[in-house]
Design a protein around this ligand. Structure first.
Ligand SMILES: C[S@@+](CC[C@H](N)C(=O)[O-])C[C@H]1O[C@@H](n2cnc3c(N)ncnc32)[C@H](O)[C@@H]1O
Length: 185
């Protein structure tokens, strides 16, 4: 999707999108680091709030041929774009539903839990912790939850739910990104 179309979605649906520009390749590469997803063994990877898919694209490149990606996006335009770009890949399920139902979809895909959860949902402007709590519940022990933000305002919420958090800072993005990384203990 071009930058102007993304900008329009960002302005029209700011309460869900939380930004006016898509993630840079530097953010995509950081979110998908091998340190956070063990691509050799991961068979169920979850992405929440995929937008027009900059992180989805990198995940699909790195994922094992037998792995599955459950990709949530509620926005109509972004969902349509994801379908057009990625639905040819049998490993992806593009879900136009609330990410709070993540557990339901993990089970429907035949898994007990996810190996990794990557989220770009703007929790700074979404007060409910339901999606974060559900992600924690359905993440395997030792697995990573990787969350994109543009500040550290929400950090305490992750520390309360996961008991830990680290920040991976990416300057080369507009705005610069604070990637919160939590491990399920
Ligand atoms: C900051 S944008 C991220 C877009 C893209 N992943 C990127 O990094 O450029 C957040 C996305 O989360 C989606 N979103 C917000 N709340 C959601 C929810 N409850 N379930 C699924 N997607 C949601 C929005 O529609 C938006 O596309």
């Amino acid at each position: 999707m071009n930058a102007i179309k993304f900008f329009i979605q960002g302005i029209k649906h700011f309460k869900e999108v939380g930004t006016i520009s898509r993630s840079s390749k530097f953010v995509s590469n950081t979110m998908t680091k091998d340190k956070y997803v063990d691509y050799k063994t991961a068979r169920c990877i979850v992405e929440l709030g995929a937008g027009d898919g900059p992180i989805t694209e990198v995940l699909l490149k790195k994922m094992h041929p037998d792995a599955k990606l459950l990709c949530f996006e509620i926005n109509d335009e972004f969902h349509e774009h994801l379908e057009a770009q990625f639905s040819h890949d049998p490993r992806i399920t593009i879900i136009k539903d609330d990410a709070a139902k993540v557990g339901e979809y993990i089970k429907a895909a035949g898994f007990k839990e996810a190996d990794a959860v990557l989220s770009e949902i703007p929790f700074v402007i979404i007060p409910s912790d339901e999606i974060i709590e559900q992600s924690h519940k359905y993440l395997k022990k030792g697995g990573y939850y990787v969350q994109l933000h543009y500040s550290t305002v929400a950090r305490k919420r992750y520390e309360r739910i996961f008991g830990n958090s680290e920040i991976d800072f990416v300057t080369l993005n507009v705005p610069p990104a604070f990637i919160h990384v939590c491990q399920k203990k």
